[in-house]
Design a protein around this ligand. Structure first.
Ligand code: ATP
Length: 306
């Protein structure tokens, strides 16, 4: 039996390696497949980036022709400003961020960056000016440092550390068994959603793009984590054109404009104060979330006083 177990262990090891390899390939394939949806035109130019102003003009889009998702969406994110998109689940919020990154082409209308239609420029030049912090960041099976440095491979250790500090994750990393050299990802230490998002923010800080897309995780975060992420985001989004797909109140309050999306149409738009005044969909969403937060905090106080 002993004689058998060594080769079996080895086979087990090989099997796990292959399986992990397949997972990586599948992830890559997913990405490639998404990218295959859009192609550069033969005469595609390089995007000439200025201040990074974004405009959606009467955008219509569907993944499947039988089911329209966006039905004539128009809005602008002026250079350096922050626009937050809120609305019920399935309204099409994340779709907006995917379209700006040009994972898909729209059916009609236009999306422009500094006045240039994103279908007429190379995907590479478009994506090089956009920092994307997705809902769920997939980390590479490598060290924390590698995962952050991916934002700009030439960054020094000092720059990686500084980015982690701004992203409010440096302290957490230093407490890990091997600090910045700790292996993370599927095969290493698994990080929580909030931690992964902060690694993604650190990566974006190194990339320092003029445009930022932030797709917030739907998962609930505790108040401290939420505050830490918000602090990090305030720093990165400062003077950057930022589109936030928002699920948390803290990110929307300070936005220059809030777009309330409902079933692929803009139901309301305005600042936080103006929308509350209006007493419509946004106000009711806000009140519901506030009640939920208050109930949660009350529960915590009760628990703590026990
Ligand atoms: P949530 O707040 O739950 O994240 P959302 O407003 O961001 O929702 P989207 O992710 O933009 O919603 O999705 C809008 C609609 O498009 C949904 O009904 C969804 O089922 C559909 N959809 C999203 N991605 C695809 C896809 N790749 N193929 C087909 N349909 C899709």
């Amino acid at each position: 039996l002993l004689q058998l177990s060594a080769p079996l262990n080895f086979i087990g090891f090989v099997y796990r390696e292959i399986r992990q390899g397949l997972t990586d390939i599948e992830q890559m394939f997913d990405l490639l497949e998404v990218q295959a949806e859009v192609k550069d035109t033969p005469d595609a130019a390089e995007l000439r980036i200025g201040q990074g102003a974004i405009a959606f003009k009467d955008v219509h889009f569907s993944y499947d022709p039988a089911r329209p998702i966006l039905k004539g969406i128009s809005f602008e994110v002026p250079a350096g400003k922050t626009v937050a998109v809120v609305g019920p689940s399935g309204a099409g919020k994340s779709t907006l961020s995917r379209l700006l990154y040009r994972f898909y082409d729209i059916q009609s209308g236009a999306i422009t960056v500094d006045g240039q239609d994103i279908r007429k420029v190379t995907q590479k030049s478009l994506r090089s000016v956009i920092g994307m912090v997705p809902q769920d960041t997939v980390l590479f099976n490598d060290t924390v440092a590698y995962n952050i440095r991916y934002g700009r491979t030439s960054a020094s250790d000092g720059e990686v550390f500084a980015a982690a500090e701004v992203a409010q994750i440096a302290h957490f990393i230093e407490m890990l068994p091997e600090g910045f050299e700790t292996k993370v990802g599927e095969r290493g230490l698994k990080l929580s959603g909030g931690e992964k998002q902060r690694v993604a923010i650190a990566r974006t800080i190194l990339k320092a793009p003029p445009i930022l897309i932030l797709d917030e995780a739907t998962s609930a975060l505790d108040t401290t984590t939420e505050r830490e992420i918000q602090t990090a985001l305030d720093v990165v989004s400062k003077n950057r054109t930022t589109l936030v797909i928002a699920h948390r109140l803290s990110t929307v309050i300070g936005a220059d404009e809030i777009i309330v999306l409902k079933s692929g149409e803009i139901a309301e738009r305005g600042t936080h104060a103006a929308l509350l005044e209006r007493n419509g969909l946004y106000a009711s969403m806000w009140n519901r979330q506030r009640e939920a937060t208050q109930a949660e905090e009350h529960l915590k106080q009760v628990r703590e006083s026990d």
